[in-house]
Ligand binder design. Sequence first.
Ligand code: ZN
Length: 440
Amino acid sequence: MSGKGLINQISSQLNRKCAVIYCSAKKVDGQYKTVVRQREAVKACKILGVKYIYFLNNCDIKYESANNISVSSQKISTICNEIWGLLTEKNFKSPYILISYDKNGGYGHPDHKFVNLIGNKIIEKHGVNVKLVEVTINRTLINNWLKKSELRLPAKSLPQLSYWSKTFGLSENEIKYYYPLSDKQLSLKKIALKAHKTQTAEDSFPLSLSEVDFKIVFGHEYIYIPLRNIEILIYPTKETAIDQPFGLDNTKHPIRKDFYTIFDNKHSGVDFPVAVGSKVYCSYSGVVVRREFHKGMGNVIGIRNGNIVFLYAHLDKFKVKLGQIVKQGELVALSGKSGAACPTAHLHFELRDITKSTLKEMIFEPKFNQKFKNHKDTFTYTVNNTNTEKSLASLSKLYFGIEKYWSLIRNNNLSLTNYKKFQTLPNATVVIIPNFVVEK
Ligand SMILES: [Zn+2]
């Protein structure tokens, strides 16, 4: 990682606008206070390079009154809907990442814990389209630092918190990722803290630390990614027994061998022995990019999620259309025995990592009830016009099944802002291919 802050990192890596949803602090008769707090937040955000800031109309739990409700007291669904509405507005076409506090609300603030709850609720409802990242505090580091520094720090500098307990941040081995900050970013962070002066006074814990201690405590940003963000691969049929396993040698099989030449005559997927007309369910959410008759595979459906395409072959009937977004567990087809490589009725299920260059390299073994190790939300495609000329429309057809998503691809590529739907893209242009987006 290049030593940028988390917000900058996410915003620049994914080529996206970045919004901060900020709960304003209000007092009963405190219009003035609200204005000051909001002004400070805007200032701090500008320092950190944030493009948008949006204020949820809530107060801090300690200022709560009949007229002012804190996030902790408000109905979760109301806030979730408000945030989701904002993210799916025109300006934020592809909401990918929500950042919340960890389950302990960082240092235990009740409003922060509620923010965690809200993030998780949004994921529960819209998880196909948005990921949750929880910002946390490295409890192990803080404890080790306090043990060493307690003697040389003035007592008032120490946080009056149960920093040793399991309700404070997360331990180092629970934390998945961290972002080291450059000196420049760290100093910006300090300036942003100072800009927020009704919240962070000069003699407060962070600002009274020495340069060395400030770097130890705030020099890295730690994040935790909840497991439920990542789907596990589920079986596509009620039948979970596989009669033709992945990689099975078909060299001697009279029918199959001719169709598995791309994979050294080995079986490129797994077969479920199901009767014609059995229901086939979506193993992993995605967008339908293929729906056609193939000589060997018969009626086949391809569903893409990020860099992985899920193929369902030898089908009898399709139940989804090209470009349709399908959630895990939804009915996608009825199984059959179509295609020449199908001696008896069965469902052939196959996975391909489309960032690889040859079919042989693309194919990999489906492992059910597990997460993917090689899944990527976004990947890049380098334009090659040798066989067919590529345009935003043709790339949309390729990666989203229909031309309709051409502008979604354009919106994810600043360099393509001025390209029209059918305009040929220059050879060697690197195009970011976004994941599918669930529409409202
Ligand atoms: Zn098969």
